[in-house]
Design a protein around this ligand. Structure first.
Ligand code: BDR
Ligand code: CA
Length: 345
């Protein structure tokens, strides 16, 4: 896996690349060819791990991070994102842009039971984040602006409810052709839900937004749902291989209760790497096998709101709109994740 090596060769190289941001993105090994990306997050324990993977892999030029109401309030998601960026000593030019503070039509549904009251499982409680949050900016506008600046180049990785993306699309429908692609953590097409019997959390919180995004006409939209993320499990043994470092200690502490919740519900002592797997798919698409299907989101059912309905047999005779993740090389994913995080010590 030679391309990982450059990502681990230190902040200097990374800064060098960042400095070139407004011209090109530079990677010593692959030349001017690092993928530009925006993360849209509701940070969240697993969002935090996804951010760490995205930035420290060195495989993405992260233009900025937009935050959205979801696991925690918008304000807490923004604060948590800034803390994580500080923890990993991310380049100071990576700013955080708050977006939607509530779903399009519905009330927020926080996940404090899973992610803790603070969203990071109690970790980094005493940290005062530096001033990365651009409170004069608005997440959806940042997405629009960057896609216009770099047409066809930006990968949007969304690991929270899709409110920001829907707002951006409502304002600028041509965004679907201006972004290179969108990778979404969300949905459950062959498996059961994790917030209702049939719905995955991100889809459930803002199903109207999710429906708008899935139906918007993106030429390349990849859905990384529970079908694959439930197979991408991080265990305490994996975390032990991170050794002793600030990052290892953070991962250990933040995932401790999260693992316990996963055990209570699923009987497995581990935690599902939902959001990191979406990030990994954007970086290393070969890790997840996808198939193109027509997928829609239920928005008008008392029992099934937020369900992602996948037309496996093309019964509706609609054009496929989604690359659906159905198989994952979980072992390889976890080993790359560990490799990247260990390199940050
Ligand atoms: C998704 O819901 C959130 O709790 C996680 O951060 C992830 O994005 C998993 O269903
Ligand atoms: Ca999330």
């Amino acid at each position: 896996m030679p391309s990982l090596m450059q990502g681990l060769s230190g902040p200097c190289l990374y800064s060098f690349r960042r400095k070139l941001r407004y011209g090109w993105s530079y990677n010593l090994e692959r030349g001017f060819n690092v993928r530009k990306a925006i993360l849209d997050v509701d940070t969240g324990i697993d969002d935090a791990l996804g951010i760490m993977l995205a930035i420290r892999s060195g495989e993405l030029d992260v233009l900025g991070i937009t935050t959205v109401n979801g696991n925690v309030s918008l304000e807490t998601a923004t604060k948590n994102t800034c803390k994580i960026l500080d923890l990993i000593h991310a380049d100071p030019s990576i700013s955080v842009y708050p977006g939607a503070s509530h779903p399009l039509l519905r009330n927020p549904v926080f996940e404090h039971r899973v992610h803790g009251q603070d969203g990071l499982g109690g970790a980094l409680a005493d940290m005062h984040p530096s001033g990365r949050a651009d409170l004069s900016g608005f997440g959806p506008d940042f997405i629009i602006e960057q896609a216009r600046l770099y047409p066809g180049e930006v990968t949007l990785i969304a690991t929270g409810p899709l409110t920001n993306v829907a707002l951006a699309l409502a304002k600028r429908p041509s965004l679907v052709h201006e972004l290179k692609e969108i990778v979404i953590m969300g949905g459950a097409v062959q498996t059961y839900g994790n917030i209702t019997p049939v719905a995955e959390y991100n889809m459930y919180v803002d199903p109207e937004a999710a429906q708008l995004v899935l139906q918007a006409g993106f030429p390349r939209l990849t859905l990384i749902g529970l079908d694959v993320t439930r197979r991408a499990l991080l265990t305490s043994e994996h975390i032990d291989t991170l050794g002793e470092s600030e990052i290892a200690n953070y991962v250990r502490q933040s995932t401790s209760d999260y693992m316990q919740r996963y055990f209570e519900r699923n009987g497995v002592q581990a935690c599902a790497m939902h959001d990191p797997l979406a990030v990994a798919t954007a970086i290393w698409p070969e890790l997840v096998e996808t198939t193109r299907y027509y997928v829609d989101v239920e928005t008008r059912s008392e029992l099934c709101d937020g369900q992602t309905v996948c037309d496996f047999q093309n019964r509706l005779q609609r054009k496929p709109n989604v690359e659906v993740g159905l198989k994952v090389d979980a072992e390889e994913f976890i080993s790359r994740f560990i490799y990247v995080l260990r390199g940050t010590n």
